[in-house]
Design a protein around this ligand. Structure first.
Ligand code: ADP
Ligand code: MG
Length: 243
């Protein structure tokens, strides 16, 4: 489903991703763990070309893009097969909840308005926000805003969903509703990458855990294996009491 081959990313001379190789099966849920600055966000952003990798190959489904010879159209096709949920929600403040979900459908997917509206309403129902369609983001709690972000990403029917610390901007009492929403999405068999600091959630939801440090995947395995028998001292330290 997803294949990353030898992905490198430099910001000027700063070598942030140092040869990432990874194959992910369809329907697999991958938790990405690691200390701050280890390159987790950069990795997600390179998968969907929000950041252009400096070199390497990204493959999603039948779309394969080698950075060295990538054409704009190939990158666009690859990007539209991904959906991203951001830490800071990134909703349009001047659009209603419904419009926030519709906008990608009418622009990126070029659906007609009535169709986009029906689909958006369905997605918002899935995340439990049917009663907030005409609210503006500022009128919602952080947890509700993030659920709009999830509905918006889901509406585009992406082959893979990327979550970058989806709960770390939330007040503690709002975290659970968002995790429950993500869990529901995982149960539908979506392929997902989740960068998170919620270790117990990562352990429960993921098929595979990747541990990154300093731009390298230093360890990966099943959630069970990483949380109960980590091989690397660094992973053990990071997981601390969770192990
Ligand atoms: P993480 O998400 O694991 O905390 P990041 O991927 O955000 O790590 O960052 C990895 C490294 O890349 C950090 O040293 C960070 O300062 C640097 N970095 C991230 N984004 C940029 C950018 N747009 N320009 C320059 N350096 C960046
Ligand atoms: Mg990050």
């Amino acid at each position: 489903m997803i294949k990353l081959e030898n992905i490198h990313k430099y910001y000027d001379s700063h070598h942030v991703l140092k040869g990432i190789n990874l194959t992910v099966d369809k329907g697999e849920v991958v938790a990405v763990l690691g200390p701050s600055g280890s390159g987790k966000s950069t990795l997600l952003r390179c998968i969907n070309f929000l950041e252009q990798p400096t070199s390497g190959i990204v493959e999603i489904g039948s779309k394969r893009v080698d950075v060295a010879s990538a054409k704009k159209a190939d990158i666009f096709a690859l990007r539209t097969s991904t959906g991203m949920v951001f830490q800071q929600y990134n909703l349009f403040k001047n659009l209603t909840v419904l419009q926030n979900v519709m906008v990608g459908l009418t622009s990126v997917k070029q659906l007609k308005k009535p169709e986009a509206k029906t689909k958006s309403q369905d997605m918002l129902k899935k995340v439990g926000l049917s009663d907030k369609l005409s609210h503006y983001p500022a009128q919602l709690s952080g947890g509700q805003q993030q659920r709009v972000g999830i509905a918006r990403a889901l509406a585009l029917d992406p082959e893979v969903l990327l979550f970058d610390e989806p709960t770390s901007s939330l007040d503690p009492e709002l975290v659970d509703e968002v995790l429950a929403t993500i869990r529901n999405v995982a149960d539908t068999g979506k392929t997902m990458f989740i960068v998170t600091h919620e270790l117990s959630f990562a352990r429960e939801i993921s098929d595979r855990v990747i541990f990154m440090e300093d731009g390298v995947i230093i360890e990966q395995g099943s959630a069970e294996q990483i949380f109960t028998r980590p091989q690397m001292e660094r992973t053990r330290q990071f997981l601390g009491k969770a192990v």
